[in-house]
Design a protein around this ligand. Sequence first.
Ligand code: NAD
Length: 365
Amino acid sequence: MDEYRIALIPGDGIGPEVIAPAVEVLAAAGKKFRRRFTFTMLEAGGAAIERYGLPLPEGTVEAAAECGALLLGAVGGPQWDNLPGSGRPERALLDLRKELGVFANLRPAVLRPQLRDVCPLKKELVQDGFDLLIVRELTGGLYFGDRGRGADGRSAFDMESYSAVEIERVLRAGYEAALRRRKKLTLVDKANVLETSRLWREVNGEVMGDYPGVAVDFLYVDNAAMQLVRAPGKFDVIVTSNLFGDILSDEASALTGSIGMLPSASLGAAPGASSGGQRFGIYEPIHGSAPDIAGKDMANPLGAILSAALMLRYSFGLEEEALAVEAAVTAVLEAGLRTADIARGSTKPAGTRKMGAAVAEALAG
Ligand code: NAD
């Protein structure tokens, strides 16, 4: 039986509550498809600060790198808010991403027909739901460029800088994702103003020929922001820079109704022959540790469960298993089960554990 090694960092607040159902669902998938998933439990964030005095204890990165993928809950909480930046729980995330070399952040935003009533857009705009994927460059651009103040402190600058290598690798991640989906890619930029955007288009011109099956179009970011609320169903894969991706992915997530539904994948280099087809990635729901509902069995575990599905697809190449997990989530929603964040009207909300168990059961079939 094939073995797939998974590092787990449940983290803080609702992190452990949503990771437990994700593991339960993976176990059900392993049983059904005869795959052996093994788990290495690691600590980071607030839990690690309490135990070791550090948000990312020594050896954590190395232990994670020995696995094929990392599944993470969430980190942070008010009890650590007064620590200096480098000692805060969230620092662990930045260091993990950097040290583990993940540069492409994939954020699918899906409005399932069953959840149309939790979408803030008018019904007629989202009649058929939508299913789009934002691929955001994660380790370059404005957030990592030089920044500073002028001599008198009354002027400031932040530099946007991209190399062709950084652009090419994230574009390729976008094209590969598009090939698995509806084969449409939209490059979002501001090429009418920014030189970096013009380089993105130039590199895209060099890369797109390798993916003849994918239809490409271009949108300026201001127009893309508008199209997202006018016709989200038109998009398949959006590829964009760190800054634009940050903003657009939050906009897209708001359209799905609850932050608790959304998964993410952060991917590194494409697999080489020596890795047996496995590609390392960090998988996490996009929400935080939600201290307001932690410990109350109220968190929606579907973002974490769907993150596990992305892990099966992108790190382990287990497409059938990934689809089965996603279908189990759909089946449970179809049956009417809702956690509090997506319950409307007279629906009695299900707890985190009940929701997780229902997905595992639907998968086992
Ligand atoms: P949050 O995402 O934790 O919570 C925002 C709101 O959404 C809250 O009302 C919360 O109850 C709700 N919510 C979040 N996840 C939910 C789920 N699965 N089911 C139902 N409701 C859910 O954001 P925040 O309140 O700004 O941050 C709380 C802490 O989390 C902070 O310490 C922050 O730094 C940290 N944080 C961590 C990550 C991460 O680990 N990736 C991301 C964002 C924030």
